[in-house]
Design a protein around this ligand. Structure first.
Ligand SMILES: Nc1ncnc2c1ncn2[C@@H]1O[C@H](COP(=O)(O)OP(=O)(O)OP(=O)(O)O)[C@@H](O)[C@H]1O
Length: 329
């Protein structure tokens, strides 16, 4: 492997008694889209802020192109573009003015017009920040992260609050940016975003790395459990349930049968990768014709469950904090 462009080793960071990052290590290769994935409060932002020289670590080492951001933050800033959560600009500044202003902070800035074109902002160059849509604001914040012509760009929670279409077009843009040669460190609590975009990723939970690899490799490493969901009309539902329960009791390839919530009469049948071979003859023998059959695709959420024992709830800390606040007020 090439020399990593970003390297984090045994990073630790506390705020008073609070351990925000306990022990995080990862290495990013040039040209990758590398993900840092985890629920709110896992320590993702603290990790990348340390990389950007914005916070001091209590332990471990961080390097960007071999440079220590704690000792030489100004050198690191020449190579690292940062788009942090909720970039705030004055409402009256236009897109073009903001880019030219930020370009002035760097010794070898990118061409603002090229950036406008790359991020589909050319026609909005004269629009004021306060009048941009959520998606346009995000695209501007990515442009601002790239204005210094960085080798590495950190993008933090860049699709939070966007509608599905804006999210998808932002994902396309991230790939377009990578194609220009920029290495991307993508911080996200969205599993689907990480799965879609990242070449490799670390899953962080409670300040520690709990899984690392490409999305496909992480999913492949899961136990060989497969699930097929069958749906029956009301006439057949009870008989189907009985037949499938019998199958689970008798057949070595079928381990579980459960009705899914939602009142649609869906029954999930789980077992080994050969579960389908057991299911189809059993239904045929009882002459039970399902209205629908689908297989359940395994995702990074299953990986999270396997490594932490918890269902992935990205907003768990934020929501419980809100509940606590509500209880206080
Ligand atoms: N300045 C601070 N002072 C005290 N605690 C902090 C501070 N910044 C973050 N924390 C706490 O450290 C932990 C990690 O926060 P961090 O922002 O790094 O997590 P995150 O994974 O990026 O989550 P989010 O997506 O919500 O920002 C959280 O419990 C958070 O409440």
């Amino acid at each position: 492997m090439a020399q990593p462009i970003v390297e984090v080793r045994n990073l630790r960071k506390t705020y008073g008694d609070k351990v925000a990052v306990d022990d995080v290590s990862f290495a990013v290769q040039p040209g990758e889209i590398f993900g840092i994935l985890g629920p709110n409060g896992a320590g993702k932002t603290t990790s990348v802020e340390t990389l950007a020289g914005l916070r001091h670590a209590d332990g471990g080492t961080v390097r960007v192109l071999g440079i220590d951001p704690q000792r030489h933050p100004e050198q690191v800033r020449e190579h690292l573009g940062v788009q942090l959560q909720e970039a705030a600009l004055h409402d009256k500044i236009t897109v073009g003015e903001a880019l030219r202003l930020f370009a002035g902070f760097y010794s070898r800035p990118a061409d603002p017009d090229e950036l406008l074109a790359l991020l589909d902002l050319t026609e909005h160059a004269d629009k004021q920040f306060g009048r941009l849509s959520g998606g346009q604001k995000q695209r501007l914040s990515i442009a601002l992260a790239l204005v210094g012509n960085p080798r590495v760009a950190i993008l933090d929670e860049l699709t939070t609050g966007l509608d599905p279409q804006a999210r998808r077009s932002t994902w396309d843009l991230v790939e377009r940016v990578r194609a220009t040669g920029v290495t991307i460190l993508l911080v996200t609590h969205f599993m689907d975003e990480a799965e879609r975009l990242c070449d490799r990723l670390v899953v962080i939970d409670a300040g520690r790395v709990v899984a690392e690899g490409s999305p496909a490799a992480l999913i492949d490493r899961l136990d060989d459990d497969r699930t097929v969901v069958v749906r029956f009309g009301t006439d057949d539902a009870a008989r189907a349930r009985e037949a499938l329960d019998r199958l689970a009791a008798d057949h070595p390839d079928v381990s579980r049968v459960e009705e899914l919530d939602g009142g649609r009469g869906e029954i999930a049948v789980s077992g080994t990768p050969r579960v389908l071979f057991a299911l189809v003859p059993a239904l045929a023998e009882a002459d039970l014709v399902p209205d629908d059959v689908r297989t359940v695709t395994r995702t990074l959420e299953d990986v999270f469950l396997a490594v932490t024992g918890r269902t992935y709830a990205p907003q768990e800390e934020a929501e419980s904090a809100l509940v606590a606040e509500g209880a206080r007020s």
